[in-house]
Design a protein around this ligand. Structure first.
Ligand code: ADE
Length: 422
């Protein structure tokens, strides 16, 4: 590269890293729990000398988790959990200012994405932090599986845990995994408040649609679907829910939502949001019923919930970008279907993911879970298990303290009463 271009590139990188550093610092202001843990880790160094590989969405919030792991004495490598969610300025700042090894670029292709996972595994980490189980699965794969030598791993998502539990059932899982996703401080706040807000944020940023009075269909009423439905309703939308689980469907009905079969919903919806974890939730038979201008967005971890193959098959021409984050598919009768962020996780691909105040608790739980694994000294055998309950309470207590909230404590007599059976 000629010297002029090289220095232009270097100054572009420096500007990018400065912007990333500002974003990381801004997020840090909303992450008092993680900050308190980072400060404790700085003193106690619970990960001194350990190599930790992290596969998460590369965001300002993740950067603050990486800072906590570095402060604990770990060597940290980071790669992206999704090719479309990387904040390039944050990636630049993390490697320039904090010394983490970072692999990931927004819009990277599938080959680069897979190469980055392999690079992290080739560094022979001892602990993995994962979001979607891609890193853990890669650590089990030939030619050089390292899973059996790991101290352990943690997993951030429901989708990842479904995969890991099926590996465990098949006898294929070779390391302990802590299901951080199932801590209460993660599940309740991340899914309900984080996903609820950020998915609507992503769709609004991509489309600029008015939600008030609009017909919004939420496919999947797990904890994330509940959050999305509540926030869409709060914005004035008429919300319909589609579910396969009868109890959840009934709960949605009693919350005041319309509950419909997905084929009935296909005909009345203006905005569709998938959040089930399953493939082909919206497919040809649904597309054929949809109205002109329908918007399709996915909030699930992988881009499998809206069938891109079916969309391509029924469109009369290849999709074209009507806006930066929207591809339009035109059907033979002139109807247009609008796919947001190529069916990839909309809250991270079109917005900035869950707000930092929510990720504060999720990543505090991650940091404590990693320190817990380091203390366990690989004595736990392979298997997916919950992190200790005390971890949840510690995170919640620190969050309440940061908010200046004091809560009651049971008296000895009350405790005795509640524990007795007479
Ligand atoms: N998952 C959802 N939101 C996130 C965020 N802000 N950072 C990292 N991972 C996320």
């Amino acid at each position: 590269m000629p010297a002029g271009r090289r220095s232009a590139r270097a100054s572009h990188d420096a500007v990018l890293a400065d912007a990333g550093a500002a974003r990381i610092a801004w997020a840090d202001r909303q992450m008092p729990v993680l900050r308190a843990i980072r400060e404790r880790f700085e003193r106690e160094r619970p990960l001194a000398g350990l190599r930790v590989a992290v596969c998460l969405h590369i965001t300002a919030e993740t950067a603050n988790l990486v800072r906590a792991l570095l402060a604990a004495g770990a060597e940290v490598g980071l790669c992206a959990a999704n090719p479309l969610s990387t904040q390039d300025d944050v990636a630049a700042a993390l490697s320039a200012a904090h010394g983490a090894e970072v692999y990931g670029e927004r819009g990277e292709d599938r080959a680069a994405y897979a190469r980055h996972l392999e690079r992290l595994v080739a560094g022979r980490p001892q602990i993995l932090v994962d979001d979607g189980a891609e890193l853990i699965v890669t650590a089990h794969a030939p030619p050089k599986p390292i899973a059996a030598q790991l101290i352990g791993a943690t997993e951030e998502t429901t989708t990842g845990l479904v995969r890991l539990r099926s590996m465990e059932a098949d006898g294929a899982l070779r390391c302990p995994v802590l299901a951080v996703n199932e801590t209460l401080t993660e599940r309740v706040f991340n899914d309900r408040y984080g996903t609820g807000q950020s998915v609507i944020d992503g769709i609004l940023r991509a489309t600029d649609l008015l939600f008030a009075g609009r017909s919004v269909v939420v496919l999947g009423y797990g904890s994330a679907g509940r959050g999305i439905a509540a926030r869409a309703k709060g914005a004035g939308a008429n919300v319909a829910v589609c579910e396969v689980d009868p109890v959840r469907a009934l709960e949605a009905r009693m919350e005041g939502y319309g509950v419909l079969h997905s084929l009935a919903a296909a005909a009345i919806g203006e905005v569709f949001i998938t959040v089930t974890g399953a493939p082909g939730v919206l497919r040809r038979e649904h597309f054929e019923l949809m109205m002109d201008g329908a918007v399709l967005a996915n909030a699930g971890h992988f881009d499998v919930e809206i069938s891109l193959a079916d969309l391509a098959a029924i469109a009369v021409s290849p999709p074209h970008a009507v806006l930066p984050l929207i591809d339009e598919y035109e059907l033979a009768d002139g109807r247009r279907l609008n796919l947001v962020t190529q069916g990839r996780v909309v809250n991270l691909a079109a917005a900035a993911g869950h707000p930092a105040a929510v990720m504060d608790m999720s990543f505090a739980a991650q940091a404590l879970a990693v320190a817990h694994l380091a203390r366990q000294d690989a004595t736990d055998g392979p298997g997916v298990r919950l992190p200790p309950f005390a971890l949840d309470h510690e995170v919640a207590r620190l969050k309440l303290a940061s908010l200046g909230i004091e809560i009651d404590v049971l008296s000895v007599a009350q405790e005795r009463y509640l524990r007795s059976f007479r």
